[in-house]
Design a protein. Structure first.
Length: 348
């Protein structure tokens, strides 16, 4: 029996033909990008978190230059909430159209039971995630609206500031302690997500914001797609102190395949051996325990190791983990069971 995978993060929504005219048909095997239904099936992936969001098109006029000790990094400028809300609405309806025309093969799930039912019936389960709360108003009316639309996972920030908190810039080598913590509105957002049963994702959040959520949230701490700072000192990665807080909250880390966050040299070079990915996962397991580590590929959002290539290459990662000494029981936990465990705790 091949190991089945539930993935913690992808950005394929940006590339769907329902959203963008030159996008892909998710139901057909494509030669571009990382993820579509046929390639997911080959790779053993039965579902995952699909991110809605508006990301950076780096351009010197729009982007803030954050000056830090010794060097400068680019950081995306804040978004306009009104146009962001419109984009998110279009992405949501793109996914609903895809679900509809898939004739039951793709289902947007809002509970673990629905994900598991889809799996039993050989359907593909989508859990709606939003990467950055930039479209949400301080009164949080939009949050309730998104919840009713099926949103069950929310990243407070992407790598930019918003009214709730501050993201980390894409910087290497750099500590994730890059600025202030959550704003009062950010703390309200955490409380309301807890109340509604929306999982809070701490990926892209800076360290002080992370600590604020750790002090406040009643749910396990979750980072859907990240790596280990001790092995690759990228600002996007988690320090040992952050990992310990995740362990103490019974939370989870989804291992990111983004090579710039995997490689010790921080280079965005796809020629990155899977032994390096396995080393991050082994470090996470050592620090967090086998029940608190999962996969968060960042398919269609990052440069990933050529040895995985796309979703159809996921079995190569499983093989690399097996070579590293993980047995079937451990692999099943990392591949899907741990996500189900944390989602059960978070979505109530
Ligand atoms: Zn991301």
């Amino acid at each position: 029996m091949p190991i089945k995978i539930f993935d913690g993060h992808n950005d394929v929504v940006q590339h769907l033909r329902e959203f963008t005219p030159d996008g892909i048909d998710f139901l057909e095997r494509s030669t571009t990008g990382h993820l579509d239904l046929p390639r997911a099936e080959v790779g053993g992936m039965f579902g995952g978190f699909f991110a809605l969001g508006v990301f950076a098109k780096y351009n010197a006029e729009q982007d803030l230059i954050v000056t830090q000790t010794g060097y400068e990094v680019r950081m995306a400028a804040p978004l306009d909430p009104v146009s962001t809300r419109r984009e998110i609405g279009l992405q949501l309806s793109a996914l609903r159209s895809l679900e509809q025309r898939s004739l039951g093969k793709i289902r947007i799930a809002t509970t673990v039971d629905e994900i598991e039912q889809a799996r039993r019936e050989d359907a593909f389960a989508i859990l709606l995630h939003m990467e950055g709360a930039d479209s949400i108003d301080p009164a949080l009316d939009e949050l309730g609206e998104l919840y009713r639309s099926g949103l069950r996972s929310l990243g407070i920030v992407w790598s930019r500031p918003n009214i709730f908190g501050h993201g980390v810039p894409f910087a290497y080598p750099r500590s994730p302690d890059t600025g202030p913590g959550l704003t009062p509105a950010g703390k309200d957002l955490v409380r309301e997500c807890n109340r509604l049963g929306i999982m809070i994702d701490l990926a892209h959040l800076n360290e002080r914001g992370f600590r604020d959520v750790a002090a406040l949230s009643t749910s396990p701490l979750v980072v859907t797609h990240t790596c280990v700072h001790a092995l690759c000192p990228s600002a996007r990665n988690l320090t040992d102190r952050q990992l310990d807080a995740i362990r103490d909250s019974d939370g989870i880390v989804g291992m990111n395949f983004s090579v710039g966050d995997v490689r010790p040299d921080g280079h965005r070079n796809a020629d990155t051996p899977l032994t390096l990915v396995a080393q991050h996962i082994a470090y996470l397991v050592e620090r967090l325990g086998i029940d608190r580590v999962a996969i968060g590929s960042d398919f269609d959002g990052a440069t990933i190791p050529a040895a995985i290539g796309d979703a159809s290459g996921l079995p190569h990662l499983i093989a690399a983990l097996r070579d590293h000494g993980f047995d079937d029981e451990a692999l099943k936990k990392i591949a899907s069971e741990n996500w189900m465990r944390v989602l059960r705790l978070s979505l109530q």
